[in-house]
Design a protein around this ligand. Sequence first.
Ligand code: IMP
Length: 193
Amino acid sequence: MTVLVVATGNPGKLREMQTYLSGFGWELTLKPEELEIEESGDTFMANACLKASQVAQATGEWALADDSGLEVDALEGAPGIYSARYGKTDPDRIERLLNELGNELNREAQFVCAIAIARPDGAIALQAEGVCRGEILHAPRGTGGFGYDPIFYVPKEQMTFAEMTPELKRQWSHRGQAFKILLPQLQTLKTED
Ligand code: IMP
């Protein structure tokens, strides 16, 4: 099995990645705790590439990184790459977003997820971006998920991400869409090795 270091310190994210990548012959591990990487890029993909490259170079192993966030149309794409830094806690971030949107009628928004895989020398081998469109509600609904999930509503399911089961959220989510694009490429990569 080839080791794939996931550029996150979050065991929950590692478990989610494991679900998407099971059966591909990779052994997923968490990045070393002391390895901190500043997200200094100005796009989701720039940040994913930066993180994957630096973790690969530091560990000498293949590395996978993702960067994601919420873009609200009426806020010209904010909070975007600053989604995690928009407030101290999830409720703070939700409150700030709802305040900034106020009674705006255009509630359209999208979650975006960029994923990059780097070779052990740091060169980017694969990249994919997934998008999930939806609407921002006026108040939170549901208790599942994390982050902005309780205010992100998917009209076709008539549910917020926080009301979906993890399986249903995976089908719709930006991360799920990005992995759908990435997985066939990953198969080719393995056979070329
Ligand atoms: P990162 O990609 O781990 O840096 O996450 C960026 C931020 O975007 C998170 O802290 C969340 O606030 C938000 N975010 C990303 N993906 C999701 C999601 O699936 N649901 C809710 N919030 C998300």
